[in-house]
Write a protein that binds this ligand. Structure first.
Ligand code: UDP
Ligand code: MG
Length: 309
């Protein structure tokens, strides 16, 4: 019998873990030829998630848990689950039921058809306004153009199935700044995608705020591409060219009209503008430098305090 491992990162999900286990169990009771395990990764929750997980594990053999020593973040939690999974395929999904378990049979079917990676693409629920959709699409388009991997909706959500072979490849990645969505798209294999509509979070609150989303976007760009560094060089060339042309115009003007061009305000503005631009570019270089600094220390992505598998 083939085994499917379900990896679920859980940060303060005390109200949700039992429910999601129940739902997944129901889904698998309709799938006769598959065995399953659910690996909950408790990412340093401050509530009673760990206690709930231990109770569940006592009652059900298929429930496994990994407890981190502190909060390491969503991506390291998913990675930890995949590192420990034994299944012929591994599905990662959120612990708040925003990723509908009913989609699992569809994903397995695609896997059986020969796909190594089955991504899911989140489509917007009807209630979300046209304006919000468009602005969000636009935002991701810009980000994607700055990165070498697809960050748009088409790049998939964190709800996906990987064949054991692809999981084995994923285990070998040793990068500090994990961006699994990008890594999945980067590693290739035979991939396909299916659509789903995300549900509302059933209980608890989302821990992704704007700051985290911006950091996530930055990671998506800087972990996969050095385009921003090229951008700095291109801007340098552009402004040098403009200044050469401007200087030419100035020289010709002063010969022809015999008058000085006055204006200290424009001069100050120009200095401030280029001061700002230089700081931005220095910052971009700094971001990459910081990443190198973190990577050379080779610290682990996560630390496991306790586990039952
Ligand atoms: N999560 C985690 N560590 C964190 C933050 C979140 O393991 O530091 C988990 C969380 O329990 C959930 C998933 O990651 O299963 C997605 O988080 P959330 O629902 O807060 O994000 P959103 O759905 O709003 O993007
Ligand atoms: Mg959520």
């Amino acid at each position: 019998m083939k085994k499917i491992s379900i990896v679920i990162p859980a940060y303060n999900e005390e109200e949700n873990v039992a429910m999601i286990h129940q739902k997944i169990k129901e889904v698998f009771s309709g799938l006769n030829n598959y065995d399953f395990e659910i690996i909950f990764v408790n990412d340093g929750s401050r509530d009673s998630t760990q206690q709930k997980l231990e109770e569940l594990a006592e009652q059900y053999d298929e429930v496994k848990f990994i407890e981190f020593s502190r909060n390491f973040g969503h991506q390291p939690a998913v990675k930890a689950g995949m590192d420990q999974a034994h299944g012929n395929a591994v599905i990662s999904m959120d612990g708040d039921l925003q990723h509908p378990p009913e989609l699992i049979p569809k994903m397995i079917k695609k896997w059986e058809e020969g796909y190594d990676v089955v991504l899911t693409v989140r489509t917007y629920p009807k209630e979300i306004s046209f304006f919000k959709r468009k602005t969000s699409d636009f935002f991701y388009k810009i980000l994607s153009s700055l990165s070498d991997v697809n960050l748009t909706k088409g790049g998939g959500s964190d709800f996906r199935l990987l064949d054991a072979g692809a999981v084995e490849v994923m285990r070998q990645f040793n990068e500090d700044d994990l961006f699994l969505r990008g890594l999945t798209s980067w590693m290739g294999f035979k991939q396909t995608a299916i659509d789903f509509t995300a549900n509302e979070r059933i209980a608890g609150k989302s821990s992704y705020n704007l700051k985290k989303m911006v950091t996530f976007a930055f990671t998506g760009i800087t972990a996969f591409s050095v385009k921003p560094l090229y951008l700095a060089a291109y801007l340098g060339f552009l402004f040098s060219a403009i200044s050469v042309i401007g200087y030419g115009i100035y020289v010709v003007h002063s010969f022809v009209s015999h008058t000085e061009i006055s204006g200290w305000a424009s001069l100050i503005m120009t200095i401030v503008f280029f001061g700002g631009l230089q700081l931005i570019i220095l910052g971009i270089i700094g971001i990459y430098l910081g990443k190198i600094f973190k990577q050379v220390k080779e610290r682990p992505n996560y630390i496991i305090k306790n586990k039952n598998l």
